[in-house]
Design a binder for this molecule. Structure first.
Ligand SMILES: Nc1ncnc2c1ncn2[C@@H]1O[C@H](COP(=O)(O)OP(=O)(O)OP(=O)(O)O)[C@@H](O)[C@H]1O
Length: 491
């Protein structure tokens, strides 16, 4: 999808082609009516320029945008920076003023000297400006004027950074290609290393590494955590069906989210007790794998029968902070911390979602190896989620509630990128839950205590195991069982 600036530019070019084409026809008619050869030449040039351009634009809009519209827009942005720079600097009080003699020697003129524009370049949907402050100025003065440049350039947003003691970098984001939502498609291929979740601000695909990573996604209510959750689980669906991945879902908000695509999951948990069973089982799997790997390999490679185990927790705070059952919360926190600290190498990964990073979850933040910040409520939350110094370059607290699924990720090279997850409507989630059933099902089996026995450990009445889905379920995870005979996998 293209942003409004791009759409405007495309419209403008379309009009030019149409005009060239019509003028060409008019010149041709003039030539037929007996005018000179010059009219024939004009007609040829105009029709020759207008017609192929119009056909290219109509027939191959993607390549036309890439090769014609974007380069023209970027050229125009660069020129505009050169144009507005002296004026904005003067208005912002950044230029120095001198009176010099006029060239003709008659009288004097005022000369304004702005900070030096060292480099102006444009790529993607932004313009990068590198400027050097004048003697006696501080970089902070230039950084404080950044919103004025953004307004003068009609930019959507501006990011700043001090590159050297006297050098400042400004990135003006000129149009918003992520404004229009895109609906996700049914995944076609087994993807394991990187899962494609949506688009980056420059229009390229946004993909995220999953293997060797524990992922934390933070976003206020309604920020679109569901689309990241289903982007990852849906993206893993072909691998799950092929037996390369097992998904375990913990959804303590009544199972509303994970229940939509329950078929994808090997096990789902909706109470703290069920979640504890899943956590104990995965810690057991992890410990056994680690013991097997010792001295043999350092990183587990997923294979059928030796799958990657992915624990998906919707609303992490419900598990480690909100529950009033303190002993259970303490155990869950401990088990989760073990998975987060040792699960990466043996292929037992955690993918957690949370609304509020200020609660106890923040204690665990350091154990996650990658973080996605969707819309947050304050600059302080951005700092908590993405780290110090990120509020300017990844202003997740400024994301509009009208663009759910939009957020910031910090790449391996340390730069922050704005992204938007594709939207997963309920029907699509149900569809993949149905079409990509987990080959192994291990429902949590509650052991009903004998009358008069101690607490059955459940916060809701014991229930009979869920009916296994096809293919036939393996033995379930027992709420009284801490370990399994094998990896915890199907026997
Ligand atoms: N990527 C997206 N593109 C467009 N719309 C989206 C996207 N993701 C979510 N939405 C819309 O935003 C609404 C809220 O999304 P979602 O339920 O995923 O938020 P959430 O962060 O999980 O909220 P909560 O924490 O309250 O459950 C959805 O009903 C959907 O209509």
């Amino acid at each position: 999808m293209i942003g409004s600036g791009l759409a405007k530019s495309a419209r403008c070019w379309r009009r030019c082609y149409l005009l060239a084409f019509l003028l060409g026809i008019a010149a041709g008619v003039g030539a037929i009516a007996g005018l000179t050869w010059a009219w024939w030449a004009l007609a040829g040039v105009l029709v020759g320029a207008g017609f192929p351009g119009a056909v290219w634009q109509a027939r191959w809009p993607g390549s036309y945008e890439r090769r014609v519209v974007w380069p023209a827009l970027r050229r125009a942005w660069r020129k505009r920076v050169q144009l507005v720079w002296p004026e904005v600097c003067r208005e912002a009080g950044l230029s120095s003023q001198r009176t010099v003699k006029a060239r003709d020697g008659a009288g004097s003129v005022q000369v304004w000297t702005p900070p030096v524009l060292r480099e102006v370049s444009a790529s993607g949907v932004w313009v990068d400006v590198i400027a050097q402050v004048r003697m006696g100025q501080t970089p902070d003065e230039l950084i404080a004027a950044a919103p004025r440049f953004a307004a003068a350039m009609n930019a959507q947003s501006v990011a700043t950074e001090q590159l050297a003691p006297a050098v400042v970098w400004l990135r003006l984001v000129m149009c918003e290609p992520l404004r229009v939502p895109v609906t996700a498609a049914v995944p076609q291929h087994v993807e394991l290393d990187r899962i494609t979740l949506g688009r980056q601000v420059d229009g390229s695909p946004w993909s995220m590494q999953l293997i060797e990573r524990h992922t934390l996604v933070v976003g206020a209510s309604g920020s679109g955590k569901g689309s990241v959750l289903w982007g990852i689980c849906g993206g893993l669906a072909p691998a799950a069906r092929a037996g390369l991945v097992r998904l375990y879902g913990v959804d303590l908000k009544g199972g509303v989210e994970i229940g939509m695509g329950e078929g994808l999951f090997t096990t789902t948990a909706e109470t703290v007790d069920e979640a504890l069973v899943v956590l104990r089982t995965l810690v057991g799997v992890m410990d056994k794998r680690l013991a097997r790997m010792r001295g043999v390999e350092r990183l587990h490679r997923p294979a059928p029968g030796e799958p990657l185990h992915v624990l998906v927790i919707d609303e992490l705070a419900a598990l480690v902070a909100y529950s009033t059952e303190r002993e259970k919360v303490a155990e869950a926190t401990k088990l989760l911390a073990r998975l987060l600290s040792a699960g990466r190498a043996p292929g037992v990964l955690v993918l957690a979602f949370v609304q509020d990073p200020t609660k106890k979850t923040v204690e665990m933040r350091g154990l996650f190896t990658q973080t996605v910040a969707l819309r947050l409520r304050s600059a302080e939350e951005v700092r908590m989620v993405l780290g110090d110094g990120m509020t300017d370059v990844a202003p997740a607290h400024k994301i509009s509630p009208a663009t759910p699924g939009m957020g910031y990720v910090v790449q391996e090279n340390g730069t922050a990128v704005r992204v938007r997850a594709d939207y997963w409507p309920d029907g699509l989630v149900q569809h993949i839950g149905h079409d990509f059933p987990a080959p192994v099902k291990q429902p949590v089996v509650h052991v009903v205590p004998a009358p008069g026995n101690a607490d059955n450990g459940g916060s809701r009445p014991a229930r009979s195991p869920r009916k296994p889905r096809s293919p036939r379920a393996s033995r379930g995870l027992r709420s009284d069982a801490a370990t399994r005979s094998d990896d915890g996998e199907a026997s």
